[in-house]
Design a protein around this ligand. Structure first.
Ligand code: UDX
Length: 429
């Protein structure tokens, strides 16, 4: 099938490259000419595992190209995905101006295009957005009626940063919200090449499924962290508890890693957007609100643990291993390390930090702490070492900590192992 995709962020580009690898002809659209040139020369503007190789392969086989010309893209495709950003407002609700603009731009082209075309919202948008923002903009600009002149679908993504291409190609399920059967059947065809159940539903249900999935996962992490904070005070290893409950199929063994809390661009933003939407619809959310409150406090559990072990940290040198919100990314958005480093600096500690990928981003927030070129340099001479991201290279041994001037090692991510390191403490174990 001929597909165009508006917006070449990690979702848009992985979707484009993924569909191309399944034999479709893909045109990626972005207003940023520099991004377009990069994609056409085989350089993804963002890092995702395996993306560069697969982009190059599909460029060579002429199944994908990028353009800044939306007319070219829509005219030469049968389906257009909208995959633009939805930045947050102060109150947590999301700004839909890019969704509206993309819909108007696509609609303008549909005005001139003959034949049937389907527009699919892929961006994460709160329930009712496709019906109340995208659809009217498409109708207004095209002068055509949705369901007659063109079709509309909503197809949420469930892609983890760093694993986005892999997740796209091997989905647990595909969710397609459809305006009508004709719209849905075209998008259904696209996904038949994937080995996954396809769930057909309404537009607003598809939007809600995405938020419900992230809200559940965020709450699951919040729950294991709450159990973990209690376990810590009772001398119980939360991981053993997680193992004990994870065998219960109703609970499941995934997303039961306790620690310093979740970060990233999705969980915090999406839960806050759902809270805002909930309030807008007249329902005051109880659990969702606490998931955010709990997670805002969770990073400080490691700071409190440190204060219990070392009441005065003023002037102490503290090594921080890991700044990114999770391993394999340079992303520090909502990373627990931001709150922890802030608390340490305010308490007068000297922070020496190292992260394999995220130091440039972190430096913009904290220009005055010391940045090291490897873990050994951060550890050397430090009195305390805190591990805040689960990078594999932080699976260290006793000898790696010998250069500390005093040995207090606290773990926020459970990367150190008892077999290799004799003395350390976890935040929930
Ligand atoms: C998430 C969702 O997984 C994905 O489906 C959605 O589309 C986007 O948001 P992402 O934010 O990239 O993906 O990362 P993920 O691997 O899910 O981790 C999110 C955060 O939760 C990280 O900070 C991670 O460290 C934390 N986490 C995850 C835990 O603290 N415990 C866990 O058991 C799992």
């Amino acid at each position: 099938m001929k597909i165009s995709i508006v917006g070449t962020g990690y979702v848009g580009l992985c979707t484009g490259v993924g569909f191309a690898s399944k034999g479709n002809d893909v045109i990626c659209v972005d207003i940023d000419k520099e991004k377009v040139d990069k994609i056409n020369s085989g350089i993804p503007p963002i890092y995702e595992q395996g993306l560069e190789e697969m982009l190059k392969k599909n460029l060579d086989e002429k199944r994908i190209r990028a353009t800044a010309d939306i007319k070219d893209a829509v005219m030469n495709s049968d389906v257009t995905f909208i995959s633009v950003g939805t930045p947050s407002w102060e109150d947590g609700s999301i700004d839909l101006k890019y969704i509206e603009q993309a819909s108007l731009d696509i609609g303008n082209v549909l005005k001139e295009k003959g034949g049937y075309h389907v527009v699919v919202v892929k961006s994460t948008v709160v329930p009712e957005t496709t019906e109340k923002v995208a659809l009217p903009a498409l109708e207004k600009a095209s002068g055509k009626k949705a369901g007659e002149g063109f079709g509309v679908c909503m197809n949420p993504e469930f892609l983890k940063e760093g694993m986005a291409l892999e997740d796209f190609l091997n989905p647990d399920r595909v969710v397609i919200g459809q305006l009508d059967e004709k719209s849905g059947s075209r998008v259904h065809k696209l996904y038949e090449a994937f080995n996954a159940p396809i769930i057909m539903t309404t537009l607003r249900t598809a939007e809600m499924i995405k938020y419900a999935a992230n809200a559940f996962l965020a709450a699951k992490i919040g729950m294991i962290n709450e159990i973990g904070n209690l376990c810590k005070r009772l001398g119980i290893d939360t991981n053993e508890v997680a193992n004990g409950i994870g065998h219960d199929k109703r609970i499941g063994d995934k997303f039961l890693r306790s620690g310093i809390g979740f970060g990233g661009s999705c969980f915090p933003k999406d839960v806050k957007a759902l809270i805002a939407k909930s309030r807008e619809s007249g329902y005051e959310p109880v659990i969702l609100d606490h998931v955010i409150k709990m997670n805002n406090e969770q990073p400080l559990q490691i700071f409190e643990l440190l204060k219990r072990k070392m009441p005065d940290i003023s002037g102490k040198t503290i090594a921080i291993l890991g700044l990114a919100f999770k391993a394999e990314t340079d992303d520090i958005r909502e990373a627990p390390a931001l709150k922890i480093v802030d608390a340490l600096v305010k308490a007068g500690a000297k922070v020496k930090a190292y992260d394999p990928k995220a130091m440039d981003n972190f430096r913009k927030e904290f220009p005055d702490i010391t940045y090291c070129s490897n873990a050994a340099e951060a550890i050397e001479g430090s009195e305390v070492c805190l591990i805040l991201t689960d990078w594999k290279e932080f699976d260290l041994s006793d000898k790696d900590f010998e250069s500390m001037s005093n040995r207090l090692i606290l773990e926020g991510r459970r990367i150190l192992r008892k077999e290799k390191v004799k003395e350390f403490e976890g935040v929930c174990w």
